[in-house]
Design a protein around this ligand. Structure first.
Ligand code: PGA
Length: 251
């Protein structure tokens, strides 16, 4: 049985003080919830503060990005070891905003995924098609390529630990959610692709989150689909009550 995982992607929101208040509120709202893995992903600047608040709780800490190199002349970048050093267990990689605005490629995501696993971090690898691609019937091709290239060459032990997040770009921050059936169809495809990239047993172990305008009102139906193992939540994760309701929808 795959344990469901719900992660809050706070994106470029919240000062340290605001992040602390949100983390405290989420911690209080989810006190005692053990059957869903919960991850909070604040900005780099708030990781230490939020990590201190979450210490001793069941809620995990994640970063939103990292570089693949261990150290060196990479101005403005943060290494896997630095992320780990701040108490992170997870790192989001290849989010569509990074692909779109910062030219992140599948090849870079692949390097980062390997580096994350080597550092003892669990990568949350994001994939998903744009509206243009969906309307041109390219969803399968785009997602297959992203999954295959982003996860190429991982050893089976690492592969099984990876979390994949399917986030149709047209559903992110738009209020437009994929229907549960639309999402399930792509999740099932992703699991078939995972079986080819590694093997069917490993593919069954990998958790596949759905992301894109998940809210308390639509979370339960999405999370009840056979291949949807939780969610990556943006806007609704910025408010403790709605995030906690979404987590509880995965119970
Ligand atoms: P959203 O963002 O929930 O605001 O649509 C999801 C994400 O980008 O991870």
């Amino acid at each position: 049985m795959r344990k469901k995982i719900v992660a809050g992607n706070w994106k470029m929101n919240k000062t340290t003080g605001e992040a602390a208040a949100l983390a405290e509120a989420v911690k209080a709202a989810l006190n005692g919830v053990a059957d869903v893995e919960v991850v909070l992903c604040p900005t780099f600047t708030a990781l230490k503060t939020v990590g201190d608040i979450l210490a001793g709780s069941l809620i995990r800490l994640g970063a939103q990005n990292m570089h693949w190199e261990k150290e060196g002349a990479f101005t403005g970048e943060i290494s896997p070891g630095m992320v780990k050093d701040l108490g992170c267990q997870y790192v989001i990689l290849g989010h569509s905003e990074r692909r779109q605005f910062f030219h992140e490629t599948d090849q870079n995501v692949n390097r980062k995924a390997k580096a994350a696993l080597a550092a003892g971090l669990i990568p949350i690898v994001c994939v998903g098609e744009t509206l243009e691609q969906r309307e041109a019937n390219q969803t399968e091709e785009v997602v297959t390529t992203q999954v295959t290239r982003s996860l190429a060459g991982l050893d089976e032990g690492g592969f099984r630990r990876v979390v994949v997040a399917y986030e149709p770009v047209w559903a992110i921050g738009t209020g437009r959610t994929a229907t549960p059936a639309q999402a399930q169809a792509v999740h099932a495809l992703i699991r078939q692709v995972l079986a080819k990239v590694c093997n069917p047993g490993a593919a069954q172990a990998v958790r596949i989150q759905y992301g894109g305008s998940v809210k308390p009102a639509n979370a339960r139906e999405l999370f009840s689909q056979a291949d949807i193992d939780g969610g990556l939540i943006g806007g609704a994760a910025l408010e403790a009550g709605s995030f906690a309701d979404i987590v509880k929808a995965a119970l």
